[in-house]
Design a protein around this ligand. Structure first.
Ligand code: C2E
Ligand code: CA
Ligand code: CA
Ligand code: CA
Length: 287
């Protein structure tokens, strides 16, 4: 058990078999975790598939818990979305990912610039509820100001569920973000109501092909053709593809051969602690 401020963590049973009362308690302990900023970010490398260089990190939130260890996002993001707690939690994630990346850029900018490479980018998950919150664009603007991050180093990962509705607010907010210089990625492409028309309807810079497609690459000719087709169309529209969940060298080689520019997955690195990620930035070695 931890001292005073964190005592509330110990007051509930494991959340997985959560009933109503337990969910209530989990909500309350999420509340105190939010007010105490008791979260931590892991950073998973996104690499250039042709050369192996580190291009960006995806920030992935975890909740270090006194009894349950490092609680993965699957166990609290949905709950935070339901309750609206994702709004302050998401702002915390953005703020910290932007601040950390700015620090990393300062340690690595000079050598990268010399070799003509872009500064390190950071990619942050934004849930639908968080995006629809009226204050979202202002939060992004404020975080750019306070962190000093170059806006085009910041990537926001949105899911298709946000684009699906095609409403005017979404359109206006995307335009504002795009004017700010922030880049927008579609996350988990292929799992939802995928439509390549999003790529010309909205200011999208990147598209992340879901792991389920990458899993089938070497197995099914159809999967291969699908991924290759998506990559080619995206390229024509000036959209960069990131292949998610690359676990084997065979997958990497097939993707590189079809011209997919970027990849992410356990083959290169698991999500890293801030210290491990910082060491990687300083080494600047190929992955
Ligand atoms: P996602 O955005 O699709 O993130 C990728 C997930 O796949 C991460 O799980 C990552 O650890 C895992 N992964 C990466 N490479 C591989 C691989 O090669 N093989 C396998 N099997 N898995 C791989 P994680 O960190 O547990 O995050 C799960 C989900 O939680 C994320 O899926 C995202 O939807 C959500 N999430 C994480 N952080 C945040 C956040 O700050 N805000 C919001 N709204 N959602 C978040
Ligand atoms: Ca993501
Ligand atoms: Ca994803
Ligand atoms: Ca996913």
């Amino acid at each position: 058990a931890k001292a005073s401020g964190k005592r509330q963590w110990c007051q509930y049973q494991p959340a997985l078999q959560a009933g109503l009362a337990e969910r209530h308690e989990l909500n309350e302990s999420l509340d105190s975790a939010i007010s105490e900023s008791a979260f931590t970010l892991y950073y998973q490398p996104i690499v250039d598939l042709a050369g192996g260089g580190l291009v960006a990190f995806e920030a992935l939130v975890r909740w270090p818990h006194a009894r349950r260890g490092m609680v993965p996002p699957e166990e609290f993001i949905a709950l935070a979305e339901e309750s609206g707690q994702i709004v302050p939690l998401g702002a915390w994630v953005l703020e910290h990912a932007a601040a950390e990346t700015t620090r990393w850029q300062r340690t690595s900018l000079a050598p990268r610039a010399v070799r003509g490479r872009a500064p390190l980018h950071v990619s942050v998950n934004v849930s639908a509820r968080q995006f629809r919150d009226a204050g979202f664009v202002d939060v992004v603007r404020e975080i750019i100001d306070t962190s000093g991050i170059q806006p085009d180093s910041l990537i926001l990962e949105l899911t298709e569920s946000i684009l699906m509705r095609r409403d005017d607010r979404v359109r206006a907010d995307m335009a504002t973000l795009s004017d700010l210089g922030v880049r927008i990625a579609i996350d988990d492409f292929g799992t939802g109501y995928s439509s390549l028309s999003y790529l010309r309807e909205f200011p999208i810079s990147l598209l992340k092909i879901d792991k389920s497609f990458i899993d089938g690459l070497g197995v099914s000719q159809q999967q291969y053709a699908l991924v290759e087709g998506i990559t080619r169309i995206a390229d024509t529209l000036g959209v960069q593809v990131i292949a998610e969940g690359i676990e084997t060298t065979a997958q990497r080689d097939l993707l590189a051969a079809m011209g997919c520019p970027l990849g992410q997955g356990y083959l290169f690195a698991q999500p890293l602690t801030v210290e491990q990620a910082g060491a990687l930035v300083r080494e600047d070695a190929a992955l």
